[in-house]
Design a protein around this ligand. Sequence first.
Ligand code: ARG
Length: 462
Amino acid sequence: MAKKTWSDRFEGSLHPAIVLFNASIGFDIELIEYDLTGSAAHAKMLAHSGIISVTEAEQLVAGLEQIRQEYRQGQFNPGVDQEDVHFAVERRLTELVGDVGKKLHTARSRNDQVGTDIRLYLRDQIDQIRASLRAFQETLVALASEHVETLIPGYTHLQRAQPISLAHHLLAYFQMAQRDWERLGEIRARTNISPLGSGALAGTTFPIDRHFSANLLGFEGLYANSLDGVSDRDFAIEFLGAASLIMVHLSRLSEEIILWASQEFSFIRLTDSCATGSSIMPQKKNPDVAELVRGKTGRVIGHLQSLLVLMKGLPLAYNKDLQEDKEALFDAVKTVQVCLEAMTILLSEGLVFQTERLAQAVAEDFSNATDVADYLAAKGVPFREAYNLVGKVVKTSLAQGKLLKDLTLAEWQALHPAFDTDIYAAITPQQVVAARNSYGGTGFEQVRQALAQAKLCLEVEG
Ligand code: ARG
């Protein structure tokens, strides 16, 4: 039977099944480094405020650092009888430094302690995810630089719409990742607020200095209300929202890669470093990386839902339900990280654009039809009238198995006298793309500027 954790108010011990049920050590061990850092800052604050002596604080900090070394060397492996990482650390500390270890929890509750740990953890993870987003963006920019003049069909409704520069397509994902990076920066600021010193819910009777511990831990502010401090998980929900958006963006790219790799599209070829075979069909090469990213997106979105539902019925302040926030958060963090990493590898070495096939694709359709209408409109024909005329010529061309470029000048002029020989140059895929030189458009000049802008942004913002 496990050793009794609680005060002498309790006479019996927990049922063994309930010990297991109650324990979070199996997953909150993930927080240990942050718990040690938070506890060291708390101990220093206690000495600074005259609540314990400086020598006592030094003993506590040395003990905490020793636990850190033990953990890093794989020698600290608390079991379920320790309930959670906070108890496990406190117990080991007391073993290491003796009775002074029992002073660590003065003027603190596990409620403000776990809140501190989780924020320190998430702040760190946000920084790592932002660095991974940067690596992903670098890869997009490198790939886009190679493909400014590579054309690819642009789609709406998954129907060929207008040809575009492949770099323009890739840079759309750069922009999404840029917003993801910025969003995480904003969420980091709201995560980086100290709840330490909120106590169990109401503050503490000791003359603590919350600013002191917050400063030591690099927090940029303090929770102004202790009830809010111990029960707020907004920052985690916001993070899961941002993580879900990152995954949605990666998932859309994945979906495109899966389509592009199909025999029907054949816009890319998967290299052997990121594709897998089938156990039965020897001809197959599967886009597993992209499929897994698309699949894992559901997990992260699920975690966002979990936490929202977890919070919606909780009265103030701390409730044990909050222990359920961790696995969702940890799994989302890990999933986003591995997916960003995998997609960065996939883009940098896992696929090759089939430029000949792409050139053929943009030359064999009616995606230059808008440009015929624009051509007439530029010569004074009202756009709607021009649009209807072109609709007619598309219909007859389809029936005759011809493309617009195959029409003779006589045929063009029979349609409208404003047509001249320059119509042929106006409807080549290159010209169709080049002509869309409006800000943010696919025109090569615009794409080159967007690319330069993207590079600058990576340089300046780091
Ligand atoms: N393991 C707990 C959690 O993750 C720590 C806080 C426990 N607080 C309490 N009042 N029982 O939420």
